[in-house]
Design a protein around this ligand. Structure first.
Ligand SMILES: Nc1ncnc2c1ncn2[C@@H]1O[C@H](COP(=O)(O)OP(=O)(O)OP(=O)(O)O)[C@@H](O)[C@H]1O
Ligand SMILES: [Mg+2]
Length: 237
């Protein structure tokens, strides 16, 4: 697809912030990107989706969810259920505007007490026409957040990938500590749980999967932020 990186980042940020707020900062936030083909035109919660190929961004949370009355108004400018001073109610109307400008559509599913899933569909553009649109070598810079020496536990059974992640994190100003065996990572963490600010772990690993490792880490330190990654398309549960 073609799009404005700053605007697309804003979409992810606004949906992610809402999700975090709906979970009171505790719960599971899942962000996924995949490609999908819609064979027959579909009605979504907020608009219609013509048949075609789409890039789908899903932001799922295990938070408070919404009732039907709220769900019907979420994209209205200044609609908020948050106390005064906590929300302007502009987050989702901004998302809606950006998605519309990219000729996309939004589907929202929510259940009170269970959580919410926002799915954004962006029309897929054939590489040839995308190139024609972009012009030669006109890559747009995406602003990057730098770390401040925070210690990140990196776990991936694929050693070269783990090392690559370490290098990238170090270049971004973080202090990575990598392991290619999940039990070894667990040992290092148990030895000094306060040392780590974040865990970045692969899901599909022998000995202990990322989800299993996360459970054990959370038994030791329940407030530890963990980011699960996987190159496999299956849903994490
Ligand atoms: N993931 C979510 N779970 C539960 N409710 C949500 C979620 N996302 C949005 N909402 C509801 O939709 C309303 C509007 O969201 P929107 O992002 O537009 O505004 P806000 O978050 O209240 O304020 P702002 O984003 O301007 O700080 C929220 O107040 C909330 O009631
Ligand atoms: Mg918001």
């Amino acid at each position: 697809m073609t799009g404005d990186p700053t605007e697309l980042q804003q979409v992810v940020m606004n949906l992610g912030t809402n999700a975090a707020q709906a979970m009171n900062s505790r719960g599971v936030l899942e962000i996924a990107l995949d490609m999908t083909e819609i064979v027959e035109a579909q009605a979504l919660s907020h608009g219609n989706l013509p048949a075609g190929r789409y890039i789908r961004l899903a932001v799922r949370d295990s938070g408070s969810g919404m009732d039907q009355a709220t769900l019907e108004r979420i994209f209205e400018p200044f609609f908020t259920t948050k106390p005064a001073g906590h929300g302007t109610g502009l987050g989702l109307s901004t998302v809606h505007g950006i998605v519309a400008a990219h000729r996309g559509a939004v589907d929202v599913k929510s259940q009170l007490g269970q959580g919410t899933t926002f799915e954004i569909y962006f029309p897929q553009i054939e590489p040839a026409s995308a190139q024609a649109d972009e012009g030669e070598g006109e890559a747009t810079e995406v602003p990057v957040e730098y770390g401040n020496g925070e210690t990140i536990l990196v776990v991936d059974d694929d050693t070269p990938l783990m090392q690559l992640a370490e290098e990238m994190l170090a270049a971004l100003g973080y202090e990575p500590v990598g392991f290619d065996r999940s039990p070894a990572a667990l040992n290092a963490f148990s030895a000094d749980p306060g040392r780590f600010d974040l865990v970045l772990t692969d899901e599909v690993m022998p000995d202990m999967t990322g989800v299993e490792l996360s459970g054990k880490l959370h038994e030791i330190r329940s407030d530890l932020p963990i980011v699960l990654m996987t190159g496999y398309g299956r849903t994490l549960r």
